[in-house]
Design a protein around this ligand. Sequence first.
Ligand SMILES: O=C(O)CCC(=O)C(=O)O
Ligand SMILES: [Fe+2]
Length: 260
Amino acid sequence: MSDVNRYIDMDAHAINSAEYRDACKTQLDTKGVLQLDGFLRPETLTQLIAEADDAHYGAYYTIAKHNVYLTKPNNDLPQNHIFNRQLSTSKGCICTDQVPEHSPLMTIYNSAAFQSFIAAIVGEDALYPYADPLSSVNVHYANDGQELNWHFDNSEFAITLLLQSPKAGGDFEYVKDLRDADAGDMNYDDVSAVVEGRSPVEKLHIDPGTLVLFRGRNSMHRVTPIVGDTQRILVVLAYNSEPNIALSETARQTFYGRLG
Ligand SMILES: O=C(O)CCC(=O)C(=O)O
Ligand SMILES: [Fe+2]
């Protein structure tokens, strides 16, 4: 059994099969999200939760104010314009250099089979890790009352692995293709309607062990406030389509509280 097959349930998820890759790509393209239930084997999940619990003492917690576009305010627009509306996000995070070297997370992240599977689905020739020591593999922790507010990601796509669900709340909600970043279309009206709760959104029902891949650059998303004393724990695996790219110093300082 290959190393990665020890951790990923490759009977249920034939990541090396062209047919399976096609089906996953179709799901991502039509729904904006690919959800693979039971991606991690149960033993892997148990091990990863234990590792995440052990590393939690070193988590960096932030409360950030941001607009949905994750940009600076524009003083030419009114303060109450959706572009300038400040939302609040709070969570804790550990970085790649705090994940144990022999963790299944690193094996999965560095696996040629896994990278080739993801590249095929998102339509890239190859994927590369971040050049800085922090940004490739992150573990997020969210406690009672904490939430990840509405936003569009800077990166084209994101991969998450849910390790632990809270008792209630902590739901991933999204609206597919709400803007067109490349065309410069911010879609203020529809974005306002979603943020103000006037427009329907999609909600994912995810159990621990599930892989989610989504195109967050144009699909606005959030995680609703956690309810209860069980932490939501989630892994984010991040790649670039070019080698030697580091996350910006501003972003590292904001999200991780350090540069390296
Ligand atoms: O916590 C999640 O499920 C989503 C994470 C996310 O949107 C992000 O890190 O930008
Ligand atoms: Fe996001």
